[in-house]
Design a protein around this ligand. Structure first.
Ligand code: HEC
Length: 176
């Protein structure tokens, strides 16, 4: 076949990826993820970004994300938060995942994710159930953002008062 048949097909694909990104997130700067790919798998990158949004990672690991209904600059995504989560386990803080993923390989992450267990309210049990492709996509996307921000505050033991602001959780309901 002549290359003339190939070129329009490529153009349509680019357009539809572009269109999907804009439809999914009107506030996102247009086409930010795609040029950052630097030859990486753009689809995986975009899947990772999508998952970080809809699987809730940003909700806790991005400062202000919940309060601002997601309107937080992508530059700050996954940089961790100093908002405390207090309960019978003490007070925990959502880790800086930009630093976290910068320090481990994709293979390490896939392995860790299968047996991850943290204190609440991190949904470690849902991460364990994630399809491997999704775990990889999250890694590739988080890594593409590069390291940024400082470490989240250290956790505070249960018998000590953390600095506000924090959310206070009751004891968990009895196990059924
Ligand atoms: C409801 C809030 C919340 C959500 C949603 C959430 N996290 Fe977390 N995450 C936390 C908190 C708090 C910690 C710290 C737990 C601790 O200190 O024991 C944490 C810890 C982690 C850690 C461990 C970091 C380390 O230093 O060992 C990883 C990895 C992680 N989260 C990944 C994710 C991913 C990926 C998602 C999205 C699928 C996600 N988290 C969604 C709150 C959350």
């Amino acid at each position: 076949m002549s290359p003339i048949r190939v070129l329009p097909a490529t153009a349509v694909l680019m357009f539809s990826l572009n269109g999907t990104a804009i439809a999914a997130d009107p506030a996102a700067p247009p086409q930010k993820a795609a040029p950052a790919a630097k030859g990486a798998d753009t689809t995986k990158l975009q899947r990772g970004k999508y998952l970080v949004k809809i699987a809730g990672c940003n909700d806790c690991h991005t400062p202000g994300y919940l309060m601002l209904a997601g309107k937080v600059d992508e530059k700050l995504w996954l940089t961790g938060d100093s908002f405390g989560w207090r309960g019978p386990w003490g007070t925990t803080y959502a880790a800086n995942l930009r630093q976290y993923f910068g320090k481990i390989t994709e293979e390490q992450w896939v392995k860790i994710a299968r047996s991850i267990e943290t204190r609440p309210p991190m949904p470690w049990f849902t991460v364990r159930e994630m399809a491997e492709d999704d775990l990889r996509a999250i890694y590739v996307y988080a890594k593409s953002l590069g390291p940024a921000g400082g470490p989240a505050p250290a956790s505070v033991p249960a018998d000590q008062d953390p600095k506000p602001p924090y959310a206070l959780f009751p004891s968990p309901p009895p196990k059924k």
